[in-house]
Structures are given as C-alpha cells and as structure tokens.
Design a protein around this ligand. Structure first.
Ligand code: ATP
Length: 320
C-alpha cells in the first residue's frame, strides 16, 4: 500500500497560497498550528495494528450500523493514552463480505493524513475484528446542529470550511469519498470538524479521474450528482455536488435535504433544472456557492481547489 503520510502542514501551506486580498488579515486558527499541537501524534499512533492488550473498551455505544457497533475506548501507549472510537465487526458466520469491506475502509483511511479527516490508528484482530480510530466526541454534524440551534453562522462557516479543506486534500490525492454528507462529518469540538466514513471511498488511478460503479448499490441518492445516477460515474466533482448538499444541511441546522421527497422525485427535480431553496437565514454568498456545487455538468462544476478558497475568504470576511 502506498502511503503518503508526510507530517502534514496543509493548514500552514494553505495560508501561503491564500489570495492576496486576505493575506494581511490576522491569521485565523486554521492557518496556524493550533489544530496540530493538541492532537499531535506520538509515533505509536503511526501503526497499522493495535495490540488488544493496549485497548480498553468502555461502556456506551457511539453508533451502530450493518457491520456492528462503534464503541468508545482507550488506547494505552507507552507514555500516554488516547481516547478512541472502535468500530467492532459483529461476530456472525455470514459476514465475510462485511469483513472485507471493513478492511478495505481501513486500507483507505490508513493512506490519509490530514487534520480534517478522522485518523485511523489501526486494526485490532481479537475476539472481533476492530477498527481503531481517533475519537470525535461530539458526534455527527447534523445531529449536533439539530441540538444546538443557536449556533452562529460564523461557526457553521468555520466547520463547513474545515470540511472543504479535508475534501481539497482528498481531491489532491485522487480519492473520491462517495458518501459525503453532514451525518459523516464528526465533531471533535464545536470548532473542529473531521470527515469520516470511508466505506464507499475509492482511490482513483493516474489515468482515470473517475470511478465507474458496476451497478446501483444502496446509494445516498439525495447527495448524488446527476452523472452518478445516470452514468454511475464518481469523481471529485461529484463529491463537490454532495458538498453542496452538506452545506445546505449545515446552514439549515441539520434538516433533511429534499424533505418528504422520494429518490426518483429528487432526480426529476434536478434534471428539470430546479434546485433546493436557500435555508432560512443562510448568507446569500453561501447559497450562491451551494448552487455552484450543483452545476449540472461535472466539467463545469468547480473543484475543491475553487470551493475551499471561496469559503476561506467568506469566513475571513465575517470574522474580521
Ligand atoms: P453509514 O451507514 O452512514 O455508512 P456506517 O454504518 O459505515 O455509517 P459509521 O458512520 O462509520 O458507520 O459509524 C456509525 C456511527 O458511529 C457514526 O454515525 C458516529 O455516530 C459513530 N462514530 C463513528 N466513528 C466515530 C468516531 N471516530 N468518533 C466518534 N463517533 C464515531
């Protein structure tokens, strides 16, 4: 497996490439090492297998799915310990496929190294197959927003911008996420978001900048771009479409997109050129950006290399 685990300084590099218009402004947290230092990893976290003896599982489920459950835990290292989330595959004789899926997901996560992407610590093969990840204690963004409706637009913009930084990283490294949605953004704090759930993700090849699915799966249709539905084609541009839906979810404080509509009704709506209306109190600049993300043709749609600086500039504008 090729890993590009360089100790990332993405956030610092992005400051250097920031547009001239914002360069004189005071540096914002995302342009400093603030996200690096408190979470800096000891070498032991740069492993790919976790010894069961070093792992303590705690009571209380963080979530669940087809594969089994996600529990809170503690990973004990030589000098320190770290709170972790542990995805535990349920013991069931017929789950070879689910096991393969989980190992594939771990394989993708292991190649990623960015402050705005949930880090995988390692796989633990014990009473069950377990995927050990860093913990994002405040849980999924959509649920957080539903419960914290007084949150400031600036705070939402900060979180959405962080997601765009993580997605720009994936774009630069030719990965497609394919399940980008507010439910798959987890919060470490109210001001620190990370992208998770790489179960559907694919690494793209040098030659091809898209992934062609063999057929329909259990797809999050409301988050999918027209070319995904019509030609089964997935690229960083189709992730940009999903990101537009994620922005809509965020500014609508965790509401479900296309409420009350069935998947095929959504497809018809999109094909007819209609798009979701702006959420209440959504800044017009952010609604314009969502609509750009919902450009019908993938090659006319902006990439994260364009979306991220737009969000960055807007966040700077409302923060100064
Ligand atoms: P989906 O059905 O959306 O594809 P999934 O079944 O693959 O999801 P995950 O989304 O990976 O499962 O995890 C299920 C839930 O567990 C999440 O919604 C979240 O609440 C919790 N969870 C997962 N990973 C973490 C983490 N690193 N930190 C905190 N909670 C987590």
């Amino acid at each position: 497996m090729t890993a590009f685990r360089s100790k990332t300084t993405d956030n610092l590099n992005q400051y250097a490439t920031r547009p001239e218009s914002t360069k004189n402004a005071e540096a914002m947290p995302m342009d400093t090492e603030v996200y690096e230092s408190p979470y800096a990893d000891p070498d032991e976290l740069r492993t790919s297998t976790v010894d069961r003896k070093q792992l303590i599982l705690e009571d209380g489920e963080l979530g669940s799915g087809n594969f089994g459950t996600v529990m809170k835990g503690i990973y004990k290292m030589r000098k320190t310990e770290k709170q972790v989330a542990v995805k535990i595959l349920k013991n069931d004789d017929n789950n070879a496929a689910v096991r393969d899926e989980m190992l594939r997901e771990a394989g993708v996560m292991q190649q990623l190294d960015n402050p705005y992407i949930v880090r995988m610590i390692g796989i633990c093969e014990a009473e069950n197959l377990m995927l050990v990840m860093e913990l994002a204690d405040l849980g999924p963004l959509n649920k957080f927003l539903q419960k914290n409706r007084q949150i400031a637009v600036r705070n939402i913009t900060e979180l959405v911008h962080q997601v765009s930084m993580g997605m720009k990283y994936l774009e630069e490294h030719n990965f497609v996420h394919r399940d980008l949605a507010a439910r798959n953004v987890l919060l470490v704090t109210q001001h620190y978001a990370k992208i998770s759930d790489f179960g559907l993700s694919k690494a793209l090849t040098e030659e091809e900048n898209y992934y062609k699915a063999k057929g329909h799966g259990k797809w999050p249709v409301k988050w999918y771009a027209p070319e995904c539905m019509n030609f089964f084609k997935f690229s960083c541009k189709s992730d940009v479409w999903s990101f537009g839906v994620l922005m809509w979810e965020a500014y609508s404080l965790g509401q479900k997109p296309y409420k009350g509509m069935k998947g095929n009704e959504v497809i018809q709506m999109i094909e007819s050129g209609e798009r979701m209306a702006a959420p209440a109190n959504c800044p017009p600049e952010m609604y314009e950006l969502m609509k750009k993300c919902w450009t019908y043709k993938a090659d006319e749609r902006p990439g994260f290399n364009v979306v991220e600086p737009r969000l960055r500039d807007y966040y700077y504008d409302i923060s100064q």
